[in-house]
Design a protein around this ligand. Sequence first.
Ligand SMILES: Nc1ncnc2c1ncn2[C@@H]1O[C@H](COP(=O)(O)OP(=O)(O)OP(=O)(O)O)[C@@H](O)[C@H]1O
Ligand SMILES: [Mg+2]
Length: 298
Amino acid sequence: MSEYILDLKKITKSFSGVEVLHEVSFSLRPGEVHALLGENGAGKSTLMKVITGVHHPDGGEIHLNGAPVHFSDTRESQQAGIAAIYQELSLFPDLDVAENIFIGRQPVTLGGRIDWRKLYAEADKLLASLGVHLELKQKARTLSIAQQQMVEIARAFSINARILIMDEPTSSLTLKEATDLFHLVRRLRDEGAAIIFISHRLEELFELADRVTVLRDGAYVDTRQMKDVTRDDLIRMMVGRTIKNLFPKQDVKAGKVVLKVDHLTRDGAFRDISFDLRQPLQWSFQCLFSDVDMFGVL
Ligand SMILES: Nc1ncnc2c1ncn2[C@@H]1O[C@H](COP(=O)(O)OP(=O)(O)OP(=O)(O)O)[C@@H](O)[C@H]1O
Ligand SMILES: [Mg+2]
């Protein structure tokens, strides 16, 4: 029996002749939170979609509990115990919390009708077991993003998912909501679920993840224990070079104002922003960027 619940071996994937994953390997243990890290476009979401059967790999193998699998679509991967929660959430806005959890799998009475009493009782039991507080009859359209995520997670666990993929789940959450989510993720991990967690926020990965795998330009870089790496190590793995000196701190005296922003507002985006931008008194472009290869970064 493999120590891995999921084992990807040398996965390759191209879109219209452009290779976006090149022989990527990734292994997941039960009871771990495994961070997947890489710059924008590194191939993280594509790799997750290969796991869930949205995309089909051009090369390589996927092993689930030690046996090779080929998923034609997400229904098949779900049946095998893999659930994914993406940034774009997929609840039915006019159905309530309980209905969304059991969508397509509502309990029925002997007469073939939906057994509403059982549906609400089961939903209640499930949310209680996850430690999630939600109003069962609240319509999905009135839930916050964080609450919608909780419903999706509950749905995943109602189908006995043993692998949960979370692709940038915190990008539109407040700090408090993210903290609640981490609490739930840890709880699921402690019960033996395996969680793949994608985020660009390194601090939260240090808080949450047990291991980390880094991708760069569609290629596997390394897998490390989170406790054995530093922030700088991760950045170096992601971009392939050290960037800590990209903007070296220089002592400069502020000169004249070159840009003034005064009470700028754009409805729905930002409100009442004011600041001044000053030129350094002794302006020297060469000095600012002297010890880095800017063009290598750009
Ligand atoms: N369906 C598709 N058709 C064509 N190209 C695609 C498709 N999906 C992804 N790509 C390309 O594959 C590459 C990897 O994209 P992917 O979305 O996997 O990156 P990512 O690591 O998830 O990035 P981000 O951090 O921005 O979410 C990108 O160059 C992207 O443009
Ligand atoms: Mg992505």
